[in-house]
Write a new protein. Structure first.
Length: 283
């Protein structure tokens, strides 16, 4: 398949492009700035400009679009700019795909849409592990924009039954060279306290890139959403101890063993055939 990858100049975008090429697909990058070393053709596109997005998609006529382009967290630009940019880019991509008959779109959503990571008023999950049905209660511009993106994707999928829009809720993306950082630190409750809002979750960029490819290759018209996180935590502290210290009183719906993730990725495994290959513990 021929795939347009928005946000292709970013670090993760390059891993997604490599994953596509390694598996027999053709890729075209689309970003506001030119890439340094992208192994495929690339277009400079202002993705906030609906006309530019429409023109680029019409010229390339891809089989699918992977939308990674976004401001990746709050605090980089103003809250207003972050929210409007993330919404505007996603809307333009969804609209262009629907208008031009592009049947497959995979959109980068986030675990921040659940609301814990950047909450102004911290709160605990309703239950563990967190699956795709857990309430999304963001209090910030970034998580809120990504939740709105998911809702917008559902609107387009309902209005265009032939289109397939898949949202992947990815968490803390780690490039392979940085995985070893987790092994170098002293793992104590105090040392990892700053990671509780992210529920001690992470994902190797290579594993995340595989999920995006698999979501494109599956034929499943309509809208769907998947958690994409490593099946282990960022710490050597056992998960039961983490729950005891950081999530007292939260309903626990499974028996956690060793360092199992506080997120469930069972749906991605069952529907997409996705599984984690890389863990910081391997090194």
């Amino acid at each position: 398949m021929k795939i347009i990858v928005t946000g292709s100049s970013g670090t993760f975008g390059k891993w997604v492009v490599r994953e596509l090429l390694a598996n027999g697909h053709t890729a075209v990058g689309a970003d506001l700035r030119p890439p340094a070393d992208l192994p495929c053709p690339s277009l400079i596109v202002d993705l906030m400009d609906a006309g530019e997005v429409f023109s680029a998609v019409r010229e390339e006529l891809p089989d699918g679009i992977i939308n990674l382009a976004a401001i990746p967290r709050p605090g980089i630009t103003s809250a207003r700019h972050t929210f409007l940019t993330n919404f505007g880019v996603a809307y333009n991509v969804f609209e262009a795909a629907a208008s031009l008959g592009i049947r497959k779109v995979v959109h980068a959503s986030t675990d921040s849409s659940y609301g814990f990571v950047f909450a102004k008023h911290p709160f605990l999950p309703q239950y563990l592990p967190i699956d795709e049905g857990h309430p999304q209660l963001p209090q910030d511009c970034y998580g809120g924009s990504k939740l709105l993106n998911e809702q917008t994707a559902q609107i387009f999928a309902r209005a265009n039954p032939e289109i397939q829009i898949t949202c992947l809720r990815i968490c803390w993306l780690i490039d392979p060279e940085s995985l070893s950082l987790f092994a170098r630190r002293e793992d104590t409750i105090e040392a990892v306290r700053g990671e509780w809002r992210g529920l001690f979750s992470y994902i190797d960029m290579r594993d995340a890139a595989t999920a995006f490819r698999l979501a494109l290759e599956r034929d499943m018209p309509g809208y769907d959403v998947f958690n994409i996180m490593a099946k282990d935590t960022t710490t050597a502290i056992e998960t039961k101890e983490l729950i005891s210290h950081f999530f007292p009183g939260v309903e626990v719906r499974k028996e956690f063993t060793e360092n199992q993730s506080l997120f469930s990725t069972e749906k991605a495994a069952r529907v997409l055939g996705w599984k984690q290959r890389y863990s910081w513990r391997d090194g």
